[in-house]
Design a protein around this ligand. Structure first.
Ligand code: NAP
Length: 436
């Protein structure tokens, strides 16, 4: 009897796990269960809409979905349509690949004001995620503050200042593109609590900021060090990457900030301490910092930026599901290298936190496949057959991979000239297309 495996979540970590199980020597029957009708998680809804090359990895996921042992169950929510305990009772192994879809909190006064929108929601909005279509961020503000110096922060800053023609070959939904085009946004402030050497964005992403049609990157040359200090403990590779970022930032310093209608200001040594205003955000108060032993330490000097929109892009966290042990502080499921409990496993960001690139999830999936085959050399539980029966009894609307391919073809057929697709952005719309 094949080993029956349910994978909850169809993003990169879920698909890499399915791929590894499909290629395993042991006979496995693999079901991927996804809350939304559309698969691919972070590839569809997290990777920036103008980074289409990165999104092409989903073609490999199509191959995995086409494997005879793999089946996709879209539009099925664990916790609503079926519980963790029920999955556990019918599958030999259940793998949680649910990612880290929520924002970490800044933990400063004023964070609950209208106009503070975390990166998960904001990125979801410009990527047409059904949960965030109605977000309506306040873009009627000349200044936007993006807190954080990671690749998500830089994605957000870039999407906010790109022109319609620059986004023509992206799959950004019209509601977001139109809102950004009509917006009052002129100055985006990227705020790092530490310095340029400690910034986490990568050089390719940083250099993109110099190539924008209507926006100049701005930085105060005086804050840039001559190089990475000799005494800094880091690998040669890290040192090279940071030197490269410093060189790119030095080139930014030579640009004329007024030559373009929009600007992205790279501000370092600035830690947010309070979000100002009444019910709505009116400003952000920051403290100047210095980096001591790698940590940002407040200097006692403060400054303010007037703004109607603050976007903390300071990292993501996962969530628990009834039946799973959860580490609230770390925002991950508690596991022993992916083993949660008998028959329960986790992979990707819910296992190790929101770090690394898409490919980092591949070894995770391979490790989970090895663990599953090791722990369950022979299958015993009914898996798929029982799932279909349970969901059928509950009247759940299952979306198959073939259905997804219908939606995919529909989106591509609806696209404008250069755009790869025009996304269906609500569950109702997607099911409506399938219903003809
Ligand atoms: P990240 O790389 O961990 O960056 C988070 C940033 O937030 C850091 O600069 C961090 O500063 C800052 N931060 C954290 N807490 C803060 C606080 N309380 N106040 C002020 N700043 C704070 O996370 P991410 O940008 O969300 O990216 C997640 C992962 O996805 C990363 O591995 C990233 O490389 C990847 N990603 C890659 C791409 C791409 O390849 N194009 C695109 C998007 C995302 P400290 O360093 O001081 O903690």
């Amino acid at each position: 009897m094949p080993i029956s495996v349910a994978i909850v979540g169809s993003g990169p970590s879920g698909f890499y796990t399915a791929e590894a199980l499909a290629k395993a020597e042991a006979d496995c029957l693999i079901d991927i269960i996804e809350r939304l009708p559309a698969p691919h998680g972070l590839i569809r809804y997290g990777v920036a809409p103008d980074h289409q090359t990165t999104k092409k990895v989903s073609r490999n996921f199509d191959k995995t979905a086409g494997h005879e042992s793999v089946r996709y169950f879209g539009n099925i929510e664990v916790g609503r349509d079926i519980s963790v305990e029920e999955l556990r009772s019918i599958y030999d192994a259940v793998v949680f690949a649910i990612g880290a879809p929520f924002d970490r909190k800044l933990g400063i006064p004023g964070e609950d004001k209208d106009g503070v929108i975390g990166s998960a929601a904001f990125v979801g909005w410009y990527n047409g995620h059904p949960d965030f279509v109605d977000l309506a961020p306040n873009l009627d503000t000349p200044n936007v503050c993006v807190v954080g110096n990671g690749n998500v922060a830089i994605d957000i800053a870039r999407v906010l200042v790109k022109t319609r023609s620059e986004m023509a070959s992206s799959d950004i939904p019209e509601y977001a593109l139109g809102a950004i085009e009509r917006s009052a946004v002129r100055d985006v402030h990227m705020l790092g609590r530490r310095g340029p050497i400690e910034a986490k964005f990568t050089n390719v992403e940083l250099r993109e900021m110099a190539e924008l049609e209507a926006c100049a990157p701005v930085i105060d040359a005086a804050i840039l060090p001559d190089g990475v200090p000799e005494e800094s403990e880091m690998s040669d590779r890290d040192r090279r990457l940071r030197e490269r970022n410093l060189a790119t930032l030095r080139a930014f310093a030579e640009r004329d900030p007024d030559a373009m209608p929009k600007r992205v200001h790279f501000q370092f040594f600035a830690a947010p301490v309070e979000i100002l205003g009444g019910d709505r955000v009116e400003g952000l108060r920051l403290e100047r910092t210095e980096v001591v032993d790698g940590r940002a330490v407040g200097s006692g000097a403060f400054f303010e930026i007037e703004t109607g929109l603050v976007i903390p892009a300071i990292g993501y966290r996962s969530h628990g599901l009834a039946g799973l042990p959860f580490d609230e502080a770390g925002g991950i499921v508690i596991s022993d290298d992916g083993r949660i409990d008998d028959g329960l496993y986790c992979v990707g960001w819910v296992k190790r936190g929101p770090t690394g690139v898409i490919g980092t999830n591949r070894p995770d999936g391979q490790a989970a496949a090895r663990q599953i085959v090791e722990d369950h050399p022979r299958g015993g539980k009914p898996g798929r057959e029982a799932l279909i029966e349970m969901l059928g009894d509950r009247g759940a609307r299952m979306v198959s991979y073939q259905d997804w391919q219908t939606l995919d073809a529909h989106e591509q057929a609806q696209a404008g000239d250069a755009a790869p697709r025009r996304k269906l952005v609500t569950v109702e719309e997607m099911l409506g297309v399938l219903d003809g």
